[in-house]
Design a protein around this ligand. Structure first.
Ligand SMILES: [Zn+2]
Length: 119
């Protein structure tokens, strides 16, 4: 669902009825200074694993510098992280959920984020 094209930039691709919508994400203020949970895939990472990213809003607001920020996996690998079966010290998937449930949740929250950016 996501791909990186550099250390501080990536594109969030969310499938929808009219094809995939891409949102450009820019890393903002580095990474979280404590263990933190990704807002999209709900994976909890150890220090440094979650970063603040900002996406410019669509249209005039975006041209004026208005962005939507969110804390997500610093490596933008949410789609891989939801498939992790066993928690490790560095990476803890949302407990009590199947991989399919986590993937569905990721799709839902990513779509909500895109809706906020393109609103
Ligand atoms: Zn994530």
């Amino acid at each position: 669902m996501t791909s990186t094209d550099g250390a501080d930039r990536g594109v969030l691709l969310v499938p929808g009825d009219d094809g995939a919508t891409g949102v450009v994400l820019r890393a903002a203020n580095g990474t979280a200074r404590a263990a933190a949970m990704c807002a999209l895939c709900r994976t909890t990472h150890s220090v440094g694993g979650v970063g603040l990213f900002a996406a410019p809003r669509s249209g005039a607001k975006g041209r004026q510098g208005d962005t939507v920020g969110t804390y997500i996996c610093a490596d933008l690998s949410c789609a891989e992280h939801v498939r992790v079966e066993k928690a490790t010290a560095a990476l803890k998937p949302a407990p009590g959920m199947t991989v399919d449930e986590r993937r569905a949740g990721l799709r839902e929250r990513a779509a909500e984020f895109v809706a906020a950016v393109t609103a």
